[in-house]
Design a binder for this molecule. Structure first.
Ligand SMILES: C[S@@+](CC[C@H](N)C(=O)[O-])C[C@H]1O[C@@H](n2cnc3c(N)ncnc32)[C@H](O)[C@@H]1O
Length: 208
């Protein structure tokens, strides 16, 4: 059961992830991706998991499936991708069929707060999804349950500073219609430079 403050499929598909907006994000981030760095960054992260071919991975909030496709093609992994946006899943499923990877990648509509596959995965992987989720305790507990003993969790996410925020950032959060669920304090790697260089050459983005 969703707590107030959690985003819903209806919100994502009618506001943030309209099909046209998803294609705009993809034009910025690179084919099959809605997160900074595209396939190059995905490879760099997946290498860190150091998984044997045949291992099972859950891609939480798989978006257009970019990371799942890389894991299957380049690393020989079996991937289940779940995503709460039906618009996102429809586009991802068409790509999956076109790439002929259905024997190794399964994509399903689902909420990562409602997972029910205890001790099933060698790794849980997630790119820039947890900012959508308010109840971090439930999130990490659910993901932990789905991991086999010694399984790994690898995720990236957006962070924000302490309040008071700048006016334009507050307006952005307000526009999203959800309570801000970003991490405020985290030991982190700062990929801002790479984000600018790799994703947005010549584009003077404001990176929060
Ligand atoms: C910024 S996109 C990143 C997509 C993908 N991970 C990538 O790297 O391209 C965030 C994704 O998280 C999904 N999402 C948000 N809340 C979710 C939830 N509770 N369960 C599963 N997916 C969720 C959104 O629908 C969206 O596809």
């Amino acid at each position: 059961m969703k707590q107030s403050g959690e985003v819903t499929q209806e919100f994502l598909d009618s506001a943030q992830y309209l099909s046209a907006s998803i294609l705009q994000y993809e034009a910025v981030y690179g084919e099959d991706f809605v997160s900074p760095g595209g396939s190059e960054m995905a490879v760099e992260l997946i290498e860190q998991l150091d998984l044997a071919p045949g291992s099972r991975v859950l891609d939480v909030g798989c978006g257009l499936g970019g990371s799942a496709f890389v894991m299957a093609r380049q690393f020989g992994l079996y991937v289940d991708g779940i995503d709460l946006s039906k618009n996102m899943l429809a586009l991802a499923s068409a790509k999956l069929s076109a790439y002929g990877l259905s024997d190794r990648v399964k994509l399903e509509w689902g909420d990562c707060l409602e997972l029910d596959r205890p001790e099933y995965y060698d790794a849980v992987y997630s790119r820039d999804v947890f900012l959508h989720i308010q109840d971090k305790k439930r999130l990490f507990s659910t993901l932990n349950t789905s991991l086999r003993p010694a399984g790994q969790l690898l995720f990236t996410d957006y962070c924000c500073g302490q309040k008071p925020w700048r006016e334009d950032f507050s307006a952005y959060v307000e526009d999203r219609g959800v309570l801000p669920a970003h991490f405020a304090r985290l030991y982190r790697a700062d990929f801002t430079g790479r984000f600018r260089a790799r994703c947005l050459p010549g584009f003077n983005a404001q990176v929060y």
